[in-house]
Write a protein that binds this ligand. Structure first.
Ligand SMILES: *Cc1c(COP(=O)(O)O)cnc(C)c1O
Length: 398
């Protein structure tokens, strides 16, 4: 029997990596735009985009050039010293998002942790919550990352099992249930933390008006609204932020993933001076957070989003892609939902076998929550490429 190159790499990973993932068995060697190629030379259209981290397309040439240029200068200073890239990056971030300032971190979970600390500090210093009593309200089906504090408010049992004791100070209410939210708020509530669309939860959309209503409830009760836009933000849903569709301006937004176009882990919590201005030297930090290499990459990744009109493109291409998916005539497709190029297709049966069938035809997509297939290609995708994918999707589902 011939052992493919892919099999050899899979064997290595199975042996030496802690088995915290169950990946689709494709071993990618190169990427270019929406396309990736595996070690055996097979080409695929990537419909996952590393969970929306490569919105700008794999190996985006402009981000790559900026990164290489910086690699020849300096990569890490730590924030014990200053560097000439952090300021320009944060200025661009502020101009693009309209928020006063940001706290730069690396992973998405770290951005969420920073937002939690900022909200708690605001709760004590500004709202006047008694010491150690601050509460943050989160929602069922949430995904905000994997640190011990963040899993403490997951509603997914496996994420928490055998990892206790968990961090107190969080409540979980039903996603989309405004009455439950109202009832959960107390004078000690500092913030709510919410995904405007639950990506990992299975591309779950809240009821119409829920985000706006929840935002109003927060305002009435002097509660901060923290939007986790690590997956939905930076153009994915056809607006800069998914909360823009609801016409609201969250008090804090967490971003990550596409903030670096997939080149390097860069994340941030962004907010205005009233909130992030409460942090003092020593309150928070990260050795790699705000490093010049990450800063250049993120600044360029933001410029690419804006200059190449990728946000508008996500809107236009998302509408086209979703329209075509909705016209699928299939016995197993129950619902197609989403916004822009964040699309979930719910099946009446487990989705993983379909992900493998799609892979065999050259389309990479992954199931999320058992029965949902997520289609979230890089925002640089063209209509022709969507047509190419649709031919294969039709073949599998019709
Ligand atoms: C991916 C994701 C995170 C965690 O990001 P990491 O970089 O994996 O830590 C947090 N929130 C949301 C909504 C995400 O999609």
């Amino acid at each position: 029997m011939v052992i493919s190159k892919s099999d050899q790499y899979i064997e290595l990973e199975q042996t030496y990596a802690a088995r915290t993932y169950k990946p689709l068995d494709v071993v990618i060697e190169t990427g270019d735009g929406v396309w990736v190629t595996d070690v055996d030379g097979n080409r695929y259209l990537d419909c996952l985009s590393a969970y929306s981290a490569v919105n700008q397309g794999h190996c985006n040439p402009r981000i790559k050039a900026a990164m290489i240029e910086q690699l020849n200068k300096v990569t890490l200073t730590s924030r014990a010293f200053r560097n000439n890239q952090l300021g320009p990056f944060l200025k661009t971030l502020s101009e693009v998002t309209g928020y006063d300032m940001a706290i730069p971190m690396n992973s998405g979970a770290e951005a969420v942790e920073a937002a939690i600390k900022a909200a708690r500090k605001w709760g004590y210093l500004v709202k006047g919550i008694p010491d150690n009593q601050a509460e943050i309200i989160t929602f069922s089906g949430n995904f905000h990352g994997r640190t011990t504090t963040v899993i403490s408010f997951s509603s997914e049992e496996q994420y928490k099992e055998n990892f206790g004791p968990l961090t107190p100070g969080f409540k979980i209410v039903e996603y989309g249930n405004l009455d439950a939210l109202k009832q959960a708020i107390t004078p000690n509530t500092a913030a709510i933390l919410i995904e405007p669309i639950q990506g990992e939860g299975g591309v779950v959309m809240p009821p119409t008006n829920f985000l706006k209503d929840a935002f109003d409830v927060c305002q009435e009760n002097n509660v901060l609204f923290i939007a986790d836009e690590i997956q939905t933000g930076l153009g994915r849903t056809g607006k800069l932020f998914a909360t823009d569709h609801a016409g609201i301006r969250p008090d804090i937004i967490t971003i990550g993933k596409a903030l670096s176009g997939g080149f390097y882990p860069v994340s941030a919590a962004i907010a205005d001076e009233e909130i992030l201005g409460l942090f003092n030297p020593g309150d928070h930090g990260s050795t790699f957070g705000g490093n010049p290499l990450g800063a250049v990459v993120a600044k360029t990744a933001l410029e690419v989003l804006v200059d190449e009109n990728l946000i508008e493109r996500a809107d236009e291409m998302g509408e086209y892609f979703m329209g075509r998916l909705r016209r699928l005539e299939s016995d197993v497709v129950q619902e197609v939902r989403g916004k822009g190029l964040l699309i979930g297709m719910e099946l009446s049966v487990p989705a993983r076998p379909y992900a493998y069938e799609l892979k065999a035809l050259g389309v990479l997509a992954k199931e999320t929550h058992e029965n949902v297939i997520r289609f979230a290609p890089p925002l640089v995708i063209s209509k022709e490429e969507i047509d190419w994918a649709m031919e294969r999707i039709e073949q599998v589902f019709e």
